[in-house]
Design a protein around this ligand. Structure first.
Ligand SMILES: CC(C)(COP(=O)(O)OP(=O)(O)OC[C@H]1O[C@@H](n2cnc3c(N)ncnc32)[C@H](O)[C@@H]1OP(=O)(O)O)[C@@H](O)C(=O)NCCC(=O)NCCS
Length: 186
């Protein structure tokens, strides 16, 4: 059993090239910029639009959300906020959560940062929080993300057909999951 206030404090996680720090109001600029990244919006299937006020309110409220962990991904080399990674949808009874990640801008993607961030969150989720299962959905038009998840140890568990209509085209969702007992990739 994982308690609903397991993330009353979200710890900062550090990897070789990244710092994952609790997302909050101080990350508004990077969060707002990320929402202007059309490729990232497409790949995450973000179809809603948001106002600056909505984003500020959202960031300000995260500190009170003790059942999820939202991290800003900061590149250590230059301090740039390059994205976010999240553990959400806690099912405490069954010790499971959902993972999502989005890096913004071409300078952030394709350099191994996504793999590094996901591995850090898996290690934290399983080894420190005590989760049993972490799962996610990835759209079928996003093979790079699927590859990253596979590298980290996620297995494909199923496919849901036509879960999203993007610009008139139906897209499938691939369900992936990893258990605490699974190998976490190489
Ligand atoms: C998905 C995301 C987190 C991946 O992080 P990243 O830092 O860009 O990825 P990495 O550099 O760690 O790894 C990318 C891998 O995908 C592979 N890849 C790239 N394009 C690919 C393609 N078209 N088909 C298959 N594999 C591909 C790369 O070769 C690399 O694998 P390798 O290390 O075995 O060579 C990041 O690109 C991102 O945030 N994208 C926008 C939002 C998004 O898609 N979020 C995920 C939603 S489920």
């Amino acid at each position: 059993m994982i308690s609903d206030d397991v993330f009353a404090t979200v710890p900062t996680l550090t990897t070789e090239r990244l710092r994952l720090e609790p997302l909050g109001p101080e990350h508004f600029e990077g969060s707002w910029a990320a929402l202007q990244d059309e490729e990232s919006m497409r790949l995450t299937g973000t179809q809603s639009t948001f106002t600056e006020d909505q984003i500020r309110t959202w960031l300000a409220g995260l500190g009170d959300r003790h059942d999820r962990a939202d991290w800003a991904v900061i590149r250590l080399e230059d301090g740039t906020h390059i994205g976010e990674v999240v553990l959400n949808d806690l099912d405490g009874q069954n010790e499971s959560m959902n993972l999502r990640i989005a890096l913004s801008g071409d300078a952030a993607r394709g350099r191994g940062y996504g793999t590094e961030a996901v591995r850090a969150v898996l290690d934290h989720g399983f080894d420190t929080v005590g989760l049993h299962r972490i799962s996610l959905d990835v759209f079928s038009f996003n093979p790079a993300a699927q590859r990253v998840y596979e590298k980290c140890g996620f297995l494909v568990e199923g496919r849901q057909r036509h879960t999203m209509n993007w610009d008139g085209e139906w897209v499938d969702s691939i369900l992936m999951g990893i258990l605490a007992t699974d190998p976490r990739g190489v």
